[in-house]
Design a protein around this ligand. Sequence first.
Ligand SMILES: Cc1ncc(COP(=O)(O)O)c(C=O)c1O
Length: 392
Amino acid sequence: MQKNLGSTIMTKQESTRSIPSFKLYFPQEDITQFQNYSADILESGMLTLGKYTRQFEEQCSKILGTPHSIAVNSGTSAIEIALRSLRIADGEIVVPTNSFGATAAAPILSGNKVRFADIEERTLCASRSTIEEQLTRTTKAVVLVHIAGIISPEVDQIRILCEEKGISLIEDAAHAFGSRFQGKSAGNFGVAGCFSFYPTKVVSAGEGGLVVTSQAELDRNARVLRDQGKESFNSNIIVDLGYNWRMSEFNAAAGLIASKRINEIVEKRNHIASIYNEILRKSNLVSVVETPDGCLNNYYKYVILLASGINRDEFKMAMKSQKSIACSGEVYTPPLHLEPIFMKLLGTKRGDYPIAEDVCQRMVCLPMYQEIDDDAAGYVAASAQEVAESLH
Ligand SMILES: Cc1ncc(COP(=O)(O)O)c(C=O)c1O
């Protein structure tokens, strides 16, 4: 296998194209289908929360194996809706510090305080112990992030911890549509799972989000909240303080088309990752963040950690200027406790979460998208090793 890979590694000259960090995947057949669906939507006059939203919800329930799926307009609103549907307010919510701002903003916007948890280097996720050390008498929930598509092998222990403490486990599965652990899809480990269909995600609807749950009451509350607090779509009776968190039919149609390819997408991303792994596992200058045993990773991001002493900015610049390879955004730099707004609101500071601080500054995400062929994957991995050597 390695022999074959060696012979397929391209030089920059051989690689006529540059390799972007990310490319949206809508093949021509899907574009045509979207045009047809769009015409149907316009002709029907039903532009929001219509039959495409219902079909998208049903398809997501089938893919994810969840009894209830509620489509909304973003991953951010999915988290806020989950918390508000569970009536979680005036409490503390534990959130990993290496996440997107929305993971912490949504709990605060729903009337709670946030406490960050550190992460483990091997999974990039919060662990049972990093969560447990942040629990207080006022903790009401944990928002667990399956960062980069990785589901922590401690997910069941984290669920048990939450059950023992009588607090809710909510999954921020924005990165993890199609990831599984021991056969169970992301979104099914807690009381609610929240997904994002933002353009960079493994499945995109343009914009959009999804709340999944097995609880009928949460499903009911979420549907009320997403549509201005009305008791139902066709009613004008307002029973809660909701918002316009609706999914439009166009986004639902795009999500319906994109999500039907989830198996093929995850398979291809795992194939690209296997080529990266084979080359980079031999390196002592970069370490691969390995997918834990039992986890099917959707490889939203392929993450490597640079050896200390290699400057990440210089590494990314050299990949771009010498190899024409763009690395994507990290997950995340800086960690949230060092973002100005959270330092101001929560009083967090450098040194508070040392593992995340170290890992987040050594992390690089290599290009990952459907159209990377074997030659390009070999070229990317070999280039990462060469650039790391040149900077060591
Ligand atoms: C971990 C995480 N949570 C939440 C979100 C919010 O999703 P959206 O952008 O759809 O609101 C994102 C989006 O990128 C994310 O990466």
